[in-house]
Design a binder for this molecule. Structure first.
Ligand code: SAM
Ligand code: SF4
Length: 358
């Protein structure tokens, strides 16, 4: 390991591993902003506020999950402190995620404070929708700009099979509650799985059109030990070909600031997005990092390099300087990208998506 040039003052316990050949003096630390060694500016953080969830989606979690003990999870105050430091470093978009963020006790305490943070223009959330009928009005009042809701199927029995526990009708109520609360451009996320939901892609698009929702299809990623991903994987292109038999898809240059590429259907307001980490690698324009509920800063979803913020937070509570320094230094371990395609049956990233935050 080659770490002496990166951060001499970093205690070894705060870094898991390092990208070789990183010279901190060559990092482009423009004052007040985060720029990695490939010149990519980080302006977007995905913050997981819990590893727990009320579903157990088959592609995301093992059936028997062991969740983190409470003392290993960042407190909501610690989450807020981390967010404040990122915003001070030029981050203007933050996605609250998990696990299921809305099952975290007192999640609204944090969300209200994030919504009031000057400089954070774009506070958004990804949820499975199960708690949205209760929380949608509060999220709107707190200043959340948009909601992504995961929905892989419109069939109740299939929904139960995929989520192992979930109730589709609650999620549909959640979608309706988000719209009733005044959220615009609410987006559905559907993971594409051959033999599981590929017969419903047309119906999912029609559902989105009818309800004036956006919809993104996601290529399945090899995160955590789940067998058989090679047989369920479907590329975005294959799905577009299938959809083209029913809809006219017009490529669009619109962006929501994330990895999705969008298509439009004439006569509809819905945007149909594709998140294609295999077939259209988007690493060259990556603008984001992820923070797990444990306070690990992962500069790349598909790699194992991490900066551990929790010991720093707990060693000097309230002192933002070491935290700020660690976050700036994490730019030195942001790898160029991932290689998911080679790993579908033997993932190099052993943590599940629910641990890292989607
Ligand atoms: N619980 C919330 C939800 O389901 O929306 C937020 C967290 S979840 C981990 C975020 C997103 O990651 C969801 O849209 C989910 O479908 C997606 N996801 C989980 N595991 C995945 C995998 N292995 N490949 C692709 N997407 C995955
Ligand atoms: Fe929970 Fe979301 Fe993972 Fe499903 S995808 S198990 S809802 S964290």
């Amino acid at each position: 390991m080659h770490n002496e040039t990166l951060r001499p003052e970093t205690t070894p316990s705060t870094l898991t591993s390092f990208t070789p050949n990183v010279d901190a003096s060559k990092l482009n630390h423009a004052p007040g902003s985060l720029v990695d060694k490939y010149g990519r500016r980080v302006s977007y953080v995905r913050l997981s506020i819990t590893d727990r969830c009320d579903f157990r989606c088959t592609y995301c979690m093992a059936e028997e999950m062991t969740f983190l003990p409470r003392h290993e999870v960042m407190s909501l105050e610690e989450c807020l402190q981390v967010a404040k430091v990122f915003v001070g470093l030029g981050v203007n978009k933050l996605r609250i995620t998990g696990g299921e963020p809305l099952v975290r006790k007192e999640a609204m305490w944090l969300i209200e404070r994030l919504g009031a943070l000057p400089g954070l223009d774009n506070l958004v959330i990804t949820t499975n929708g199960s708690q949205l009928d209760r929380f949608a009005p509060q999220l709107k009042a707190a200043g959340v700009k948009r909601i992504n809701i995961s929905l892989d199927t419109l069939k109740a029995d299939r929904f139960k099979t995929i989520t192992r526990i979930g109730d589709l009708s609650k999620v549909i109520k959640g979608i309706e509650a988000a719209q009733a609360a005044g959220f615009k451009r609410t987006k559905l996320n559907a993971v594409m799985m051959r033999g599981t939901n590929d017969d419903e892609f047309v119906d999912l698009v029609q559902f989105a059109i009818d309800r004036e929702l956006d919809l993104s299809f996601i290529e399945e990623m090899p995160l955590g030990e789940i067998h058989g991903r090679n047989t369920t994987y479907i590329s975005s292109e294959e799905t577009r070909e299938l959809l083209a038999q029913r809809f006219e898809l017009i490529p669009s240059t619109e962006s929501s600031g994330g990895p999705a590429r969008y298509w439009r259907i004439p006569g509809s307001e819905s945007r149909i997005g594709f998140i294609s980490p295999h077939s259209h690698n988007f690493c060259d324009t990556c603008n984001r990092v992820r923070i797990t509920a444990k306070g690990e800063l992962y500069p790349c979803l598909g790699q194992n390099d991490a900066m551990h913020l929790l010991p720093i937070l707990r060693e000097a509570p309230g002192d933002e300087a070491p935290l700020r320094q660690a976050i700036m230094d994490s730019m030195g371990i942001k790898p160029f990208g991932h290689d998911f395609t080679q790993q579908m049956d033997s993932p190099q990233v052993v943590r599940f998506m629910s641990m890292t935050g989607g």
